[in-house]
Write a protein that binds this ligand. Structure first.
Ligand SMILES: *[C@@H]1O[C@H](CO)[C@@H](O)[C@H](O)[C@H]1NC(C)=O
Ligand SMILES: *[C@@H]1O[C@H](CO)[C@@H](O)[C@H](O)[C@H]1NC(C)=O
Ligand SMILES: *[C@@H]1O[C@H](CO)[C@@H](O)[C@H](O)[C@H]1NC(C)=O
Ligand SMILES: *[C@@H]1O[C@H](CO)[C@@H](O)[C@H](O)[C@H]1NC(C)=O
Length: 205
């Protein structure tokens, strides 16, 4: 390793000049960095974290009404899947909020209770997002009415969660998870939900 010594010639066979205090500290630091790096590398190789995935499996409209004052009463049934493909990493979901958006306006928001997701697990979340008398922006109300008359509406479902990872007995700090699922096309016809196409979400952690 080229380093602090290259400038100093020492006679072969004889001990070189004693390293100064500063050099000792530098070598110790370098050694420490290498050891920590190796630990992280080994940890990563054993754990091999891959990302969490989300899908929307099902969505249905249970109630939907826009008043003349552009107030929305609605209830959506949503089925989400949280997919943890990791072999060694499990996940604590401490705070999970699910929102429904249309045209950049949030039209429903709900929470699920905290849960623990083991490694290699798929957790199904059955969610009911209800909204009472939500004041819609004029354009949003217009677009929603228009879409409704066409038989279905294109929604965006978002998940926001505070999560911690667990590997063995080690728990990580909190991370923010965000999932964006779009387009979630929900039909008004009673049988439209049976033909729902699975939506894969973009997940950011
Ligand atoms: C929505 O879910 C409720 C139960 O939470 C169920 O009774 C209802 O039939 C569902 N509606 C639709 C349209 O799937
Ligand atoms: C929808 O809202 C209007 C105005 O608020 C109300 O008159 C009507 O009864 C509601 N319809 C349903 C199905 O809730
Ligand atoms: C995932 O974990 C939950 C909670 O521990 C459990 O109820 C569910 O059956 C698991 N699912 C699979 C596919 O292992
Ligand atoms: C919405 O209104 C219904 C009754 O119309 C009520 O049962 C429900 O608790 C209300 N939900 C919210 C989130 O306010």
């Amino acid at each position: 390793m080229a380093g602090p010594y290259t400038g100093r010639a020492s006679i072969p066979g004889l001990p070189g000049p004693r390293p100064s205090k500063l050099q000792c500290i530098a070598i110790a630091l370098l050694f420490l960095i290498i050891v920590v790096g190796l630990i992280i590398l080994i940890f990563w190789l054993i754990v091999r974290p891959t990302s969490i995935d989300y899908t929307v499996e099902h969505a249905a409209i249970q109630k939907f009404n826009i008043s003349s004052a552009n107030e929305l009463d609605a209830a959506f049934n949503l089925t989400l899947r949280a997919i943890n493909p990791n072999r060694k990493v499990s996940v604590y979901y401490d705070d999970v909020k699910i929102s429904v958006w249309y045209d950049n306006q949030m039209i429903a928001l709900t929470e699920t209770s905290p849960f623990f997701q083991p490694h290699r697990n798929i957790t199904r979340l059955d969610i009911k997002a209800v909204t009472n008398s939500t004041q819609l922006q004029d354009q949003v109300a217009k677009d929603l009415q228009h879409d409704k008359s066409s038989g279905h509406i294109g929604l965006e479902v978002r998940v926001r969660a505070r999560i911690r990872f667990k590997v063995g007995v080690v728990k990580s700090k909190h991370y923010k998870l965000r999932a964006y699922c779009t387009p979630v096309n929900v039909g008004f016809a009673p049988n439209s939900a049976t033909s729902f196409n699975r939506v894969y979400c973009d997940v950011e952690i």
